[in-house]
Design a protein around this ligand. Sequence first.
Ligand code: CP3
Length: 654
Amino acid sequence: MVMKTQTVSSLKNTQVVAFESREQEQIKKRLLSLGAFPVIAPAMQEIPLEKSPERDSFIEKFFAGQIDLLILNTGTGTRLLLDALLTNSDKKEVMHVFEKAMVIARGPKPANVLRAFGLACFSEVSEPSTWKQIIETLDVDAKGIDLAGRKVAIQEAGQPSLELLEALRKRGAHVMRIPLYRLALPDDAGPLCHAMKLILNQEVSVVFFTNAYQIKNLFQLAEEQGLQQSLKIALSQTLVASIGPRVSASLRESGLPADYESSRPTIDCLVDEVAQWFTKLQEEKSRSSFITRAFEKKEVSLEDKKKRHESVFLKACRREPVPYTPVWLMRQAGRYMESYRRIRSKVPFLELCKTPELAAEVTVSAAEALNTDAAILFSDLLLIVEPMGLALEYTAQDGPMISGCLPTKESISRLNVSDPADSLSFVYEAVRLMRASLKPEIPLIGFSGAPFTMASYILEGGASRLFLQTKTLMYRQPETWHLLMDKIVTVLVPYLKHQIQAGADAVQIFDSWVGCLSPEDFRNFVLPHSRRLIQEVGNEVPVIHFGTGTAPFLRDFREAGGDVIGIDYRISLDQAWNLVGHDVAVQGNLDPTVLCADQNYMFQRAKEVLDLAGSRPGHIFNLGHGLLPQTPEKNVIALVDYIHQVSFRSSSKS
Ligand code: CP3
């Protein structure tokens, strides 16, 4: 992890737990040298399998020269395999057969065992030695060897890596797995029980996980004692350090994202880096631990709901007078934030969206850091296309890419429109977590794309300038176009309703690309569908209907519905409000690029927006489109603060 500012930090006098077994002396020494009080609690032992038919069959095939590639995963496994090979053959024979095969060592541990045996002819996978680097090794060292029909043997360490198996099978390899040992709780679980007690009593500052099995075994022990939930809560308030991506992935699966992942997968590096960043990590942890406290209180209380009903944001949605103008910002949780970029350097965007705890952390910490009057669900517009049967990918260069739908009747007829109740359950779970973790008076906004913007993504496969596919379908096959729009609305209605059910206090519908249409096309091809969506979502919570480039048809845009109309920056706010009518609330509309200017200029432009809104009830301050990744974080904080101060109406009765 690269952090910009280095703070003076150490582990001096802090009690920490390490679960390492084999290298326990090493980690203990390192921690002691840094002044920490280490509690070493071995969490697993490797028990060699007495019988393993797969091992016997491998040995036979290996000596017969029938194994094309051997992947060695662990030091212990490699040692056990060499021992097994030596049972009926001498060292020379074993060396000889190794020299003939292609052998890959996953990292330094199996490589060191091979070297100690006297073998040199193998490839060593580079750090962090995940399945991806194994595949890279195959592609680079083995010059893209064709694996079709080849026999690949994998020495297994506990659970197989499903991704590796899948990648090998995709290349046509016949994979053979060789289990050699199983991982169990240590015979003496005393130290582990003691460590668990210290964690439960919150007497530990950091826990170090150096192997994925440690997590599994620790939780198994907790479960046996009926302490699983308490342990989860206690750990959510303790700094969790991980040695590498595999361990971090296991931690995420257990609902405990690592607070720190070592930049290199070695014990010394892990310990040193945690010591170096300890103070900063602790600060971040105390900021985010309220999220995980939400595990304890997921119920939304009626009293809190009432409090929220009286919030400035929801009042403004209802056009009731407010003491100051509420403000939130589109894309307030995103790449302009250092803390977000840090999370993203470890987790791909889609995975972030699909991990409720992480999504909740992003949403809540953005709202808290900026002091906005509402939070927005961290997710993405496009997730809904997956349950519709399409493939979704985010690439660093080209942004989102969708594939699987052609602009034909056949293709569109095949789109799945079943209720995304289960397929997108992670979104609703994220909403529940966010709702429980946000301050009770801060409303949470759920969202979806509008039918037109969704249709254009589905048809263009990504961002577009001309919307050629979209408009051509519209003009050439209007029936098929309406079928597509209809299908999209059929999925979006339950999607938004589930978000509301899970605790969203308002929803926003983003029609980000609708401005590419003429007013007439909007009326004929879009309006009826947006209207159906908004009507069917109902009026349990306010609906914000946002679009960009809507100035030429704002009246019609409003006709489609919404309690609040989101205005982009290409029209002045007073003019827009006149067009949509004063019987609806408005949201907007500072140009997001203004935040990249200097602060005084930004304040001046923000004041203009407030002045154009007058003090009329029903204005929510926002940008005319999402925050740009280049925006200085301090400007965003300053803007929210400025809006609160300048709009404060001391004479307000509310
Ligand atoms: O803070 C928030 O506003 C909440 C989260 C949010 C995201 N996307 C996160 C995101 C919301 C509300 C969206 C909506 C969204 N997604 C829209 C409508 C809003 C708008 O800008 O008009 C659109 C068009 C998308 C589709 C999308 N998602 C694009 C075009 C991109 C890539 C380009 C870009 O702006 O980053 C994304 C990815 C995306 N969605 C990111 C974020 C924070 C960046 C991903 C990353 O971390 O690399």
